[in-house]
Ligand binder design. Structure first.
Ligand code: AMP
Length: 419
């Protein structure tokens, strides 16, 4: 069925043609009519399925059809887990609304950057607000924005928002919205927590599931290369060079690991950049745009930083380390093989990760092909780990700050992940 049969107005159809889309994706086929009719939506869909257009197009149509007051209260609120996703959704909304008259105003707000410019931008009112929950709550608390006229709420990547601990902020924000409104919830996975959130939030929702729950996209070829931990960097360089990969997204589990790998790649003239939580927003944006433009061949990212990254037709995703949670694997490889294109998801699996690989397979319900690369084969038993590089000696503590006994035996002290 073509886009023209979905009930969308001419200005939106023109924007769709500008974007080069010819046929609606499965989620768009189901979501667009449902949202146009005003239904609530519960959609199981990951990034790469075309979900953004699936909600943005019908929302824009409904917005443009209704009269709005001159002071432009927020009428559509889209919550996303990360700044990258917020920025991308904001861009898409502006792109799809480009031919609407009068023009609708879209703003994007997220944490990690100064709040004042965002307050200024909200002053004249906005029609569509895309936001990460924490920053939006700050803006509400500072009276920079009101949410009492919101007609449509979108929770994008809801599972991610819960994983990132946004549930309290989300609930606080929902309490500020008018009772009568349309609610759309998108999530790649459906945990008990998501189910709890949807109860009471969604009213008789239309349920859409475009890929079977928790399964990886079928167009993605998945391979696990079994190798020794110490050889991973060399193996990755070898794969990039021998296969002549030009655009690779590589996931590491830590920020330090991302930096180290990026340095190694750059040292052998494979242009790489890292994005993670310690990088400024400017550095992240320029790394991402360099990667999209083809100037940067390898983007090395931690899960948190990579959430929601939208790169069309990304051919290769590499798990340099398997993620801590199997659901993250589904998210990671959702970045390749998009819009019906074939993609490849490669995992470099060392001895200590074989059990994590099995958990991934259990979740996705398929066995991942195991291979070895000649010259980089995994040894029969795990080789002993190389000694840690020596650390700079710590300055002695002044005696009045002597460490208190922790009461916790060594080896059981919890260390927070730094990804
Ligand atoms: P999303 O799942 O919303 O992140 O979209 C994934 C990518 O698919 C984006 O780059 C969109 O521009 C693209 N896309 C969305 N809808 C279509 C479509 N109907 N045909 C081709 N590409 C699309």
């Amino acid at each position: 069925m073509p886009f023209s049969k979905l009930g969308l107005s001419d200005p939106l159809l023109r924007a769709i043609a500008d974007a080069g889309y010819t046929t609606p994706s499965p989620i768009q086929l189901q979501a667009i009519p449902a949202v146009l009719e005003g239904h609530d939506l519960l959609a199981a869909a990951q990034t790469g399925t075309g979900k953004t257009a699936g909600f943005a197009l019908p929302i824009l149509q409904r917005l443009s059809q209704r009269h709005y007051s001159a002071n432009r209260p927020v009428r559509v609120l889209i919550l996303t887990p990360t700044r990258e996703l917020a920025a991308q959704v904001g861009e898409s909304v502006s792109q799809y609304g480009a031919h609407l008259h009068p023009r609708l105003k879209t703003e994007v707000v997220f944490g990690g950057v100064k709040i004042n410019p965002q307050m200024m931008r909200l002053r004249g009112g906005v029609d569509v607000l895309v936001a990460t929950p924490g920053r939006l709550l700050d803006l509400v608390n500072q009276n920079a924005v009101k949410l009492d006229k919101v007609e449509t709420l979108v929770l994008d990547e809801a599972d991610r928002m819960l994983d990132m601990g946004f549930i309290r902020d989300i609930r606080k924000l929902i309490a500020l919205l008018p009772k009568k409104r349309q609610n759309l919830l998108f999530s790649a996975t459906f945990s008990e927590e998501i189910r709890k959130l949807t109860t009471g939030l969604l009213i008789n929702p239309i349920k859409i599931e475009v890929a079977p729950r928790n399964t990886a996209a079928e167009t993605v070829e998945q391979i696990a290369y079994l190798c020794n931990k110490a050889n991973k960097a060399e193996l990755l360089c070898h794969l990039i060079k021998t296969n002549n990969w030009q655009q690779v997204l590589v996931f590491t589990s830590t920020k330090h690991g991302a930096n180290r790998l990026t340095d190694k790649l750059n040292n052998i003239n494979i242009k790489a950049a890292a994005i993670h939580g310690n990088k400024s927003q400017g550095a992240r944006t320029s790394a991402l745009s360099g990667f999209k433009a083809g100037d940067i061949r390898v983007l090395v990212a931690t899960d948190v930083a990579a959430r929601g990254i939208d790169i069309v037709l990304l051919p290769h995703v590499v798990n340099y380390e398997l993620p801590r949670s199997p659901a993250d694997y589904v998210h990671r490889i959702g970045r390749t093989g998009r819009a019906g294109e074939e993609g490849q998801a490669i995992s470099l699996v060392s001895h200590d990760e074989v059990s994590a690989l099995r958990l991934v397979e259990k979740l996705i319900g398929t066995a991942i092909r195991r291979e070895q690369v000649v010259g980089f084969e995994a040894s029969q038993v795990a080789p002993p780990m190389p000694p840690e590089p020596p650390r700079a000696p710590r300055p002695a503590r002044p005696s009045n700050q002597a460490r208190k006994p922790s009461g916790s035996p060594r080896g059981q002290v919890r260390v927070r992940g730094n990804a």
